[in-house]
Design a protein around this ligand. Structure first.
Ligand code: ADP
Ligand code: MG
Length: 338
């Protein structure tokens, strides 16, 4: 195992930031810590790094109990959202800094810097200063610098959070390819579910200092363990289970609420099996996808997502009468905190 977190808790004053978290992160994998702001992601990352000490529990890194080790002893690479590169140093000097401190032979440092710049696709920019780089390029320098020390573990705290959407998307794909080359055990913090799904082998969903679920992106999406995970990982309609859309079709539930993904709403133009009548109250065109707001006979409002092809096939118009049923829907027992 690359990283084992064993029943770790951390309190700030009377606030429980991390609450009895246990986790196993496989050696060489890329894992996302995903959760809303304040859910304890950064605190957990800092506990793994040794920047915070746990109140209880253990951190085991590459098989060794690291709970009482210093940050330096843990040999960790770090990249934060606002990673301050040394402004007065060139890209090359920034990347070399850690190796020079450790007094590695000059020739070795030089070769390693060039290799790292190539890895992060910045060969040719080695003589620039940070102010002469774009935000995305700066974060790639930060990553090269973090990798220079050949860390056992790479920890990234919202590394692309401050960049604009397009750059962020490019960097995600780039990070995934980079990881496939270097295979260093990596923990990546994000509050963006799409980013987590796109980049990681496994996702750890956090809420209120606790782990709600651990799984591959597909497992988390298709088999959410809790109502929180289902709502956080993608858009969802939350409807009373008494709504007539769930009657006579096997989805009536013992629990008061049903969770229905917008793409699991089947729309027909004539009654079909167990469909119920609805009215198209609003249509939103998003290019390849169309979002339809439907008002059911019982007054409940349901959002449906359709592909462009299906939309054209149905020839939907605002105010049109349609017939709908769920393809899939889930319910969850009420969540009790223990
Ligand atoms: P996330 O990264 O998921 O947004 P954090 O781990 O940063 O969440 O914070 C979790 C909670 O712990 C927040 O409510 C935050 O205010 C609190 N917290 C984090 N660090 C400290 C600290 N050093 N002192 C007091 N409270 C803190
Ligand atoms: Mg954070």
């Amino acid at each position: 195992m690359g990283i084992v977190v064993e029943n770790v808790s951390k309190q700030f004053g009377s606030f429980q930031a991390v609450d009895r978290v246990s986790l196993e992160i496989k050696s060489g994998s890329l894992v996302a810590l995903l959760g809303p702001s304040g859910s304890g992601k950064s605190t957990l990352l800092r506990l793994i790094a040794g920047l915070e000490m746990p109140d209880s529990g253990k951190i085991i890194l590459t098989g060794k109990d690291a709970t009482n080790q210093s940050v330096q002893e843990r040999n960790i690479g770090f990249v934060f959202q606002h990673y301050a590169l040394f402004k007065h140093m060139t890209v090359r000097q920034n990347v070399a800094f850690g190796m020079e401190i450790r007094k590695l032979p000059r020739a070795k440092v030089k070769a390693r810097v060039e290799q790292l710049l190539e890895l992060v696709q910045l060969s040719g920019l080695g003589d620039r200063y940070p102010s002469q780089l774009s935000g995305g390029q700066r974060q790639r320098v930060a990553l090269a610098r973090a990798l220079a020390a050949e860390p056992n573990v790479l920890l990234l705290d919202e590394p692309f959070g401050a960049l604009d959407a397009k750059v962020r998307k490019d960097l995600r794909a780039w990070l995934r390819r980079l990881h496939d080359e270097v295979h260093v055990t990596t923990v990546f913090v994000t509050h963006d579910q799409e980013e987590a799904m796109e980049v990681s082998d496994e996702i750890v969903v956090m809420n209120k200092g606790r782990v709600e679920q651990v799984g591959t992106p597909a497992e988390i999406y298709d088999h959410p363990a809790t109502a929180f995970v289902m709502s956080f990982i993608g858009p969802v309609n939350v409807l009373p289970s008494t709504s007539n859309i769930f009657q006579n079709n096997g989805f009536d539930s013992a629990h008061p609420e049903m969770f229905l993904r917008p793409q699991d709403v089947i729309i027909e133009t004539s009654p079909n099996g167990t469909t119920v009548a609805a009215r198209v109250s609003r249509l939103i065109h998003l290019g390849w996808e169309i979002q339809a707001e439907l008002t059911l006979d019982d007054g409940q409002v349901v959002t449906a997502h359709l592909t462009r092809d299906r939309f054209d096939e149905l020839n939907l118009e605002p105010q049109q009468k349609v017939y709908v049923k769920p393809k899939d829907a889930k319910s969850f027992p009420l969540y009790y905190s223990i």
